[in-house]
Design a protein around this ligand. Structure first.
Ligand code: NAD
Length: 264
């Protein structure tokens, strides 16, 4: 048990189960003394989340579908009542209709595009609007992205476009909120087998490809991303804002297939 996050209070959004990236970050923060609140989408996930939250000493487990402005308001009103102030938020939320996470991006209908960008990008801005008001001594806002924002990845499609907008929003909000001592960053994680990832076509192939072609010749673990999340939320990253930090075993630097990788 360390003390890096001692005295800091924060909100974790996006734990669906114990394989969620949000949960990996929550565990890392709790192990350093951070105090946590959680949100979930729908009662079924709430049921799964409560025992996890309790295991890290949190009783603050609140419903929040991020497509609903009133639901986001309710979360931050409750946090203001309970804590008065806030030090950090993790936004680990993304969604697109899986019908469009295969085939061609160019075929994405308007409705699917707007929903993907609303849930996966605008929600972080909506959260930042409320959270920043409670960050009276400065703070750290963190979201999760993927390399599909920067390069074309098979099947990532509309999610890649939404993540590109999300990464741009990280930079704009970092500029807006910097004067208040609020930092805004993203971790761009390598592929991890989570509930959200299971919606992406050929995900097992993507995992194998990354494993064999990353400089570290493996896939990232949940703990790798948890540790990077802890860094971004703690004062260790006090001088870092507007950054998209790759935690992908180095895959983003690679220009072509590793010649000694096996055929997959
Ligand atoms: P996950 O399924 O565990 O988490 C996704 C979360 O998004 C779930 O908790 C779900 O309830 C939540 N969510 C979806 N729609 C919502 C809504 N309308 N309101 C509130 N919550 C909603 O999967 P994960 O892989 O841990 O995903 C977390 C983040 O990490 C996502 O932004 C994802 O795009 C990103 N990411 C994942 C990978 C990967 O390979 N798993 C890689 C890079 C980035």
């Amino acid at each position: 048990q360390g003390t890096l996050m001692q005295g800091k209070k924060g909100l974790i959004m996006g734990v669906a189960n114990d394989h969620s990236i949000a949960w990996a970050i929550a565990r890392a923060v709790a192990a350093q003394g951070g105090e946590l609140a959680f949100t979930y989408q729908g009662e079924a996930l709430g049921k799964r989340l409560r025992p996890l939250a309790e295991s890290v000493g949190s009783q603050l487990v609140l419903p929040c579908d991020v497509s609903d402005e009133a639901a986001i308001d309710a979360v931050f009103e409750r946090l203001e009542k309970e804590w008065g102030e806030l030090d950090f938020v993790v936004h680990a939320i993304g969604w697109a209709d899986k019908k469009y996470l295969r085939g061609r991006y160019v075929d994405t209908p308007r409705e699917a595009f707007l929903t993907a960008i609303d849930i996966s990008c605008f929600s972080f801005t909506a959260v930042a609007q409320r959270a920043s008001r409670l960050m009276k001594k400065g703070g750290s806002l963190l979201t999760l992205s993927y390399l599909g924002a920067e390069r074309v990845m098979p099947h990532y499609n509309v999610m890649g476009v939404a993540k590109a907008a999300l990464e741009a929003s990280v930079r704009y909000m970092a500029a807006d909120l910097g004067a208040d001592g609020i930092r805004v960053n993203a971790v761009s994680a390598g592929p991890i087998k989570t509930l959200a990832a299971s919606g992406i076509g050929d995900f097992r192939y993507i995992l194998k490809w990354n494993q064999h072609n990353s400089p570290l010749e493996r896939n990232v673990s949940l703990d790798d991303v948890g540790g990077a999340g802890l860094y971004m939320l703690s004062d260790l990253s006090a001088g870092v804002t507007g950054e998209v930090h790759h935690v992908d075993c180095g895959y983003h630097i690679v220009g072509m297939k590793n010649p000694s990788a096996p055929d997959i």
